[in-house]
Every structure is written in structure tokens, then in C-alpha cells.
Ligand binder design. Structure first.
Ligand SMILES: Nc1ncnc2c1ncn2[C@@H]1O[C@H](COP(=O)(O)OP(=O)(O)OP(=O)(O)O)[C@@H](O)[C@H]1O
Ligand SMILES: [Mg+2]
Length: 264
């Protein structure tokens, strides 16, 4: 299979078991959302996939050659302009500086940044502009796998939708695979081909949902209806702390869709 396969992933911070027997696969060009409550280990899992953290145990196979990450906080270099922050992504490629800047500016413009904005330093940019720079810096390398750790969670809903639109355009054009984590189920329903539902203590995957309607055909009615349908499920309610109850330790359960929006 081309893509990423993970199985038997365990991670402990000291004696605390944070991830227990997590497994997932992600195909080339696919968008997979990991959804779960705060503290269930989503960022830990993403850092492991990014190679930034070594897990206690894992079996992993990956055919992805280039990986880019976008984190919740933009993590820009404060001493470089927005333009040079984007161009940083291209530093590993043997391109003359002028060519790197040209590519960076083109993508920056597509992300809604003017040349005037691009020549500013991060502290002179608004939070939304910094997020655009950070997204452009990741996309400029044309990664075959993009890891997103709730990069837009601090932004207002209009800007968030605009950035997700820009992101969707880019990933479709270049068939980028995306592993995105969020604690916002509706965001996952809007964007993902599949959703993995995680719960905490220890962090594990309890459900998988497939969304059959292509992302660009999803209307806001469809998104609301599908999210509502998922929110009715006991696992989802328990996972998000909306209902008391025990969750399965590991195994996945079947779910028969009611309005046909999704299935396991
Ligand atoms: N460096 C660390 N050292 C010790 N414990 C940690 C460390 N990083 C995270 N943890 C713990 O691991 C658990 C999972 O954390 P993680 O950041 O992966 O959760 P998350 O699902 O991303 O949460 P959120 O939605 O709030 O971002 C939490 O209990 C957290 O306290
Ligand atoms: Mg996190």
C-alpha cells in the first residue's frame, strides 16, 4: 500500500500510559481526521508520525517521502519576514534565493497575503496572517503528507473556513495526504474522508467513520446533519464527556448510518 500504516503504537510519559495499541492507516491523497477530547493523546500521536517523538513501541511503515507540519501556534522565525519564513520550506531544495522567494510570494498571494504583508515580520502580522504564512510554509514544499495539529483553532469561524478552503484547493491539486487532528467534530465532518474517534485514559481509537460524500460536495446542511448524527452515538457522547459510561478498551464497533452520510 502506498501511504502510512501504524500498528501496536504505545506511548508512555514516565509511568503514565498515553497511547495504548493505536493503529491507523492513511492512503496517499486521503484526508484522515483524528477527533477526541482534550488530553486523549492526539498531539502526541501527531508528533510521533512527524518523527519528533520516539514512542515506547510502534510498528510503522510509510511510503511518504516529504512531510510538513502545521501546529496550533504558527511557530514562525521572528527574525525573518513572512516571505522568508515561507521560503524557508524551500531551503533544502537547491534553488537560487530569488527563485525560492518567487515561489514563496506566489503561494503567499494565493493564501491572501499582499506583498506588503509578506515583507512584514511575524510580530507585525495579525494572528490570521501568521496562520496563512505558516500554512504557506508547509505547502510550498509540496509535501506528500501534511500533518495538521489544530492550526486554525484560535481563529474566528469566517477566517477558519477561508483557510480550510485554500487548504482544500492545494491538497486536491497536489493529491496531498492529510492527517489532521481536531477536537471539533464538525471540522472533521467538513474536511475528512475518514474520521477516527479517540478517547482518553489511555488514548485509543474506538470508532472509525467513513464519509462517502466528496468534501467539495458537502453542503452546510449535510455537515450539520452528519455531525448531529455522530453526536447521537454513545461512544462519541461518552468520549466527549457528555454522557457517563464505559468505552470499549480497543475494538471498533459497527455503525449503521441513518441518513446515509457516513458508515464504519
Ligand atoms: N511532554 C509531556 N510530558 C508528560 N506528559 C505529557 C507530555 N505531553 C503530553 N503529556 C500528557 O499526555 C496526555 C496527552 O497529551 P496530548 O497533548 O497528546 O493530548 P491532546 O489530545 O493533543 O490534547 P488537546 O486536545 O488538549 O491538545 C495528556 O495527559 C498530557 O498531560
Ligand atoms: Mg493537542
Amino acid at each position: 500500500m502506498s501511504g502510512l500504516t501504524i500498528s501496536h503504537l504505545y506511548h508512555r510519559y514516565g509511568v503514565k500510559e498515553v497511547l495504548a495499541d493505536v493503529g491507523l492507516d492513511l492512503h496517499a491523497g486521503e484526508t484522515l481526521a483524528l477527533v477526541g477530547p482534550s488530553g486523549c493523546g492526539k498531539s502526541t500521536l501527531l508528533h510521533i508520525v512527524a518523527g519528533l517523538l520516539t514512542p515506547s513501541e510502534i510498528q510503522m511503515r510509510s511510503t511518504f517521502r516529504s512531510i510538513a507540519c502545521v501546529f496550533q501556534e504558527p511557530r514562525l522565525m521572528p527574525w525573518k519576514t513572512g516571505l522568508d519564513n515561507i521560503a524557508l520550506g524551500l531551503q533544502a531544495q537547491r534553488l537560487p534565493k530569488a527563485a525560492r522567494r518567487k515561489q514563496a510570494a506566489e503561494l503567499g498571494h494565493r493564501m491572501g497575503l499582499s506583498m506588503e504583508d509578506l515583507l512584514k515580520y511575524p510580530h507585525e502580522l495579525s494572528g490570521g496572517m501568521q496562520s496563512r504564512v505558516s500554512l504557506a510554509r508547509a505547502l510550498v514544499t509540496r509535501p506528500d503528507l501534511l500533518l495538521l495539529d489544530e492550526p486554525f483553532s484560535a481563529l474566528d469561524v469566517g477566517l477558519k473556513l477561508e483557510l480550510y478552503g485554500l487548504l482544500a484547493e492545494q491538497i486536491q491539486q497536489h493529491s496531498t495526504a492529510v492527517l489532521m487532528i481536531t477536537h471539533d467534530l464538525m471540522e472533521a465532518v467538513r474536511l475528512a474522508d475518514r474520521i477516527l474517534m479517540m478517547v482518553a485514559d489511555p488514548g485509543r481509537i474506538v470508532r472509525e467513520f467513513k464519509l462517502h460524500t466528496p468534501a467539495k460536495e458537502r453542503t452546510s446542511t449535510w455537515i450539520h446533519q452528519t455531525t448531529d448524527e455522530l453526536m447521537q452515538l454513545d461512544e462519541v457522547r461518552i468520549g466527549f464527556g457528555l454522557m457517563e459510561g464505559e468505552l470499549p478498551k480497543i475494538e471498533l464497533h459497527d455503525h449503521a448510518p441513518r441518513h446515509g452520510g457516513c458508515s464504519v
